[in-house]
Write a protein that binds this ligand. Structure first.
Ligand code: ADP
Ligand code: MG
Length: 684
C-alpha cells in the first residue's frame, strides 16, 4: 500500500532510470511528486474546426484519420509518417518525422484529437508532429487545460503527468492539511486534496485559480511560520546589556532637529540594545533620509554604555565620508574616532590596529579592512554596516564574530516593501525611515530622447557656469555585447563631452579602473576640481556631493527603477535646486512606463514597489539576491497581499501555539521544519 513516503520508483511506468531523472528534479517520494507543481498551462480545452484555424496558431482539432498512414523513407535517418485527417469543416495533412510507431497507433477511420501548430499555404492546411490521442482516451493531453512541467533528460510531459495521476490516486486522500481549519475558513481556501488535484488537473480556469490561491497561501503561511521561528531563536540569544541612555545632549548638539522617523528608528534600536538580547536590526531609508545620524546616535549610546562600535562602509570614499561626518557628530562628546581602510599605508594600519586592540578608539570607521584576520577589537559592542546589499551575509557575520554578541545594525538604501524585507532579511527586525528631513526639494525629473541633446548640452553649460557640478551615468557595456543600438560607453562619452565643452573639466570613472584611481577621481569631483563626472554605476552608492545639481542618465532604458532612483539620489543633497534627466531613444512601452514613474514620484518606496511588480523579485535583487527560499507556487513580487494575509494569520496562530506543539498543528509543524532544513543556509 503506497503512502506519501513511498519512493517514486515504485510507480507503474517509472523504472530505475526515470526515477533518477525525477530525483534530479527534486522528486523522491510520492509527496514530492504531487507537490511538483506545473510551471505553466496550455489551454487545449477548446477544439477548433480546421477551417477556422489561423496559420501559425497552436490549436486543438478533432478529426477523422481519412487514409491509412504511410511510412516513407526520405533518406537515411529521415522517415516520415504521413496521412490526411478531416473534420466537417476541412482537411489537414499531418506528418510525423522519425516517429515510425505512429503508423502502428493510428489507422484509417480513427477519431483522433491533435494538438499542434497549424501551417496554412493557400488552401492547404498542415501540421507537423502534433501531440495526439484517440478521442475518449484517458490520457488527457488534449481537450483540456494541460499542465506543463519542468523537464529533464529521460522524462517527458506525458510520463510526469501519468505519474502524478497515479500518485494522486494512490494517496490524494492522505495529504496532510497544513492549514488550520479556522484559517482555511476565514480565508475561504479550498481543501488540500482539492487544491492538489486541481493544480495538476484543473477542470477549468476557475478551479485552477482556487487551487493556486490555496497553495500560494499555504506556501507563504508556512514561510511566515518559519521566519517567526528563526526570529524567536535569535531573540533568545543573550546580547550585551546596555544601560538606558539619555540622548538629549546628543540631539541638542545637532544643527537640526532629528525627524520623527529618525527618532523612532533610534528608539526601536535602543529598546533592543537595552533589553538584554542581541540586536539584529535593519534600518531602511530612502537616499537622503539621514541614516548616518541614526547610526551616530546609537554609537553615542553604546559609548555611554561602555562599549566601542565599528562602522563598515562598502568603499574607500564612503568610509572617508562617514569618518568625517561621524567625527563631527561625536568628537564634541569626547569620542575617539578612528579610520581603517585598505588604501592606508601599512604603517598607519599597524598603528590603528594596535590602538584598536588596546581600546583606544570608541568608534572605528572603515572598509572590508575591518574584517582582516589580524584586526582585534577591545570590547566591540555595536556593529553597523552601511549599504547592506554590498556586503555578503558572511562578511557581516565575520565582523560580528569579532565581538561577543555585539548588537548589529544594518543600513540599507534600497527601499523594499516591508513584507519582502521580512523575507529577505529573515531574522532581522526592520525599522523604516519613511520621512525625509524637512525642506528637501523635489528633484525635477524628465525623460527625453536624442532630439533634446542640444538643449541638454545647453542646460549643462548653464549649470556649470553657475558653479554647479554634473553627474553623467552611462550603462555598463560588456565588450562582447552585440547590440543594434549603440550604447554610450563612459569613456567615449566623456571624450565627446570634453569636445563639446572645451572649457569645462570632464572626468571619467568606471568599474574597470583600479580602486585607488577610482577614488582619486571621485575625490577630485567631491572637492569641486571637476565639473562633469562621467561614470558607470560605480557612483550608485551614497557619495555626498552637495554641489552636484544635475544627474544625466544615458540609455536610461538599461537601468532598473530602483537603480535609477539611487542614481537620482546623488543630486539634491545640498541647498541647490536639482534635476535628473533620463535620456533614452527606446520606444518600448515598458521602458516608457518605467521612466514615467521616475518623472512622477520621488518616493523610493513607491518606486521599489512598482519595480518589484514589474520585474519580480529575482531581477529586482539581481545577482545579489540571497536569502530567498525557493517558492514553488508563490511569486514573492506579485503575491504580496497574500503574503500579508498569511503573515497576519501566522502571527495569530503562533500567539496561541508558539511552537506549534498542539496536535492539530502537527502537519504544519512538519512543513515548517522541512522548509527550515531546506533553507538552513538561506535565511540570513
Ligand atoms: P542617507 O540616509 O542617504 O545615508 P545621510 O545620512 O547621508 O542620508 O543624510 C543626508 C543628508 O541629510 C546629510 O547631509 C545629513 O546631514 C542631512 N540630515 C540628516 N538628518 C537630518 C535632519 N533631521 N534634518 C536636516 N538634515 C538632516
Ligand atoms: Mg548613507
Amino acid at each position: 500500500m503506497a503512502d506519501l513516503h513511498t519512493d517514486v520508483r515504485y510507480i507503474k511506468g517509472i523504472g530505475e532510470k526515470k526515477a533518477l531523472a525525477l530525483n534530479k528534479l527534486g522528486v523522491f517520494s510520492l509527496y514530492d511528486l504531487v507537490s511538483f507543481f506545473p510551471r505553466r498551462y496550455e489551454d487545449r480545452s477548446q477544439f477548433c474546426p480546421i477551417r477556422e484555424t489561423l496559420s501559425g496558431e497552436t490549436v486543438c482539432i478533432r478529426a477523422l484519420v481519412a487514409d491509412e498512414p504511410r511510412l516513407m523513407r526520405i533518406r537515411r535517418g529521415m522517415d516520415l509518417v504521413k496521412f490526411r485527417a478531416v473534420d466537417e469543416s476541412g482537411s489537414v495533412d499531418i506528418t510525423y518525422f522519425n516517429q515510425n510507431y505512429v503508423k502502428d497507433n493510428l489507422h484509417k477511420g480513427d477519431m483522433v484529437c491533435f494538438y499542434g501548430r497549424m501551417e496554412i499555404r493557400g488552401n492547404m492546411h498542415s501540421m507537423a508532429n502534433p501531440v495526439y490521442e484517440h478521442e475518449g482516451s484517458e490520457k488527457g493531453v488534449t481537450g483540456r487545460i494541460v499542465p506543463i512541467y519542468r523537464m529533464t533528460a529521460g522524462l517527458n510531459q506525458r510520463t510526469i503527468l501519468q505519474a502524478i495521476r497515479q500518485g494522486l490516486d494512490a494517496c490524494g486522500g492522505q495529504l496532510p492539511e497544513a492549514l488550520p481549519e479556522e484559517v482555511r475558513a476565514r480565508q475561504k481556501l479550498v481543501q488540500a486534496r482539492y487544491a492538489y488535484e486541481n493544480i495538476h488537473f484543473p477542470a477549468d480556469f476557475g478551479t485552477l485559480e482556487l487551487a493556486r490561491r490555496r497553495l500560494i497561501f499555504e506556501e507563504l503561511f508556512v514561510l511566515s511560520c518559519a521566519l517567526n521561528d528563526v526570529r524567536r531563536q535569535r531573540v533568545n540569544d543573550d546580547g550585551i546589556l546596555l544601560p538606558k541612555v539619555d540622548l538629549s545632549p546628543f540631539w541638542a548638539s545637532l544643527p537640526f532637529a532629528p525627524t520623527g522617523a529618525q527618532r523612532r528608528a533610534v528608539d526601536e534600536a535602543l529598546t533592543d540594545m537595552t533589553g538584554g538580547t542581541a540586536m539584529s536590526r535593519l534600518v531602511q531609508g530612502d537616499v537622503g533620509s539621514g541614516k548616518t545620524l541614526v547610526a551616530a546616535a546609537l554609537v553615542y549610546a553604546a559609548h555611554r554604555g561602555g562599549v566601542m562600535s565599528a562602522f563598515m562602509a562598502p568603499t574607500e570614499i564612503l568610509a572617508e565620508q562617514h569618518f568625517a561626518t561621524l567625527t563631527s557628530f561625536l568628537s564634541p562628546f569626547g569620542l575617539r574616532v578612528g579610520k581603517l581602510t585598505g588604501a592606508m599605508r601599512a604603517k598607519e594600519k599597524r598603528e590603528v590596529k594596535a590602538a584598536l586592540k588596546t581600546g583606544e578608539y570608541d568608534l572605528i570607521v572603515g572598509t572590508h579592512a575591518l574584517l582582516s584576520e589580524d584586526v582585534e577589537y577591545a570590547n566591540l559592542g555595536l556593529v553597523v554596516t552601511d549599504e547592506q546589499h554590498r556586503f555578503g551575509v558572511n562578511q557581516r557575520a565575520a565582523l560580528v564574530g569579532k565581538g561577543r554578541r555585539p548588537h548589529v545594525l544594518v543600513m540599507s538604501a534600497t527601499p523594499i516593501p516591508r513584507t519582502l524585507a521580512l523575507i529577505l532579511y529573515g531574522d532581522l527586525d526592520v525599522s523604516i525611515i519613511d520621512e525625509l528631513p524637512p525642506g528637501r526639494q523635489k528633484i525635477d525629473t524628465f525623460a527625453v530622447d536624442e532630439s533634446y541633446r542640444a538643449r541638454l548640452n545647453g542646460f549643462i553649460q548653464k549649470l556649470c557656469a553657475e558653479g554647479r557640478q554634473v553627474f553623467v551615468v552611462c550603462p555598463m557595456v560588456e565588450e562582447n555585447e552585440e547590440l543594434e543600438t549603440p550604447l554610450k560607453s563612459a569613456e567615449e562619452h566623456a571624450q565627446e563631452l570634453q569636445h563639446v565643452f572645451p572649457a569645462l573639466r570632464v572626468a571619467c570613472v568606471h568599474g574597470k579602473m583600479k580602486p585607488k584611481d577610482k577614488d582619486a577621481v571621485m575625490r577630485g569631483f567631491a572637492a569641486g576640481e571637476t565639473d562633469i563626472l562621467v561614470s558607470t554605476t560605480v557612483i550608485e552608492v551614497g557619495v555626498d556631493v552637495p554641489n552636484a545639481a544635475l544627474m544625466v542618465v544615458e540609455n536610461a532604458e538599461r537601468f532598473g527603477l530602483s537603480q535609477l532612483h539611487q542614481l537620482r539620489g546623488r543630486v539634491g543633497r545640498g541647498q541647490h535646486k536639482s534635476w535628473c534627466i533620463l535620456v533614452s531613444d527606446n520606444t518600448n512601452e515598458e521602458t516608457a512606463a518605467r521612466l514615467e514613474i521616475m518623472c512622477k514620484t520621488n518616493d523610493g518606496f513607491k518606486i521599489a514597489e512598482r519595480d518589484l511588480q514589474m520585474r519580480g523579485p529575482g531581477d529586482f535583487f539581481g545577482s545579489r539576491q540571497h536569502g530567498l527560499p525557493e517558492m514553488h507556487v508563490a511569486d514573492l513580487g506579485a503575491d504580496m497581499n497574500i503574503m500579508q494575509e498569511a503573515q497576519k494569520e501566522a502571527q495569530q496562530l503562533l500567539s496561541r501555539d508558539p511552537r506549534l506543539q498542539e496536535p492539530e498543528n502537527a502537519a504544519l509543524r512538519e512543513r515548517v521544519e522541512r522548509l527550515l532544513t531546506q533553507s538552513a543556509a538561506g535565511f540570513n
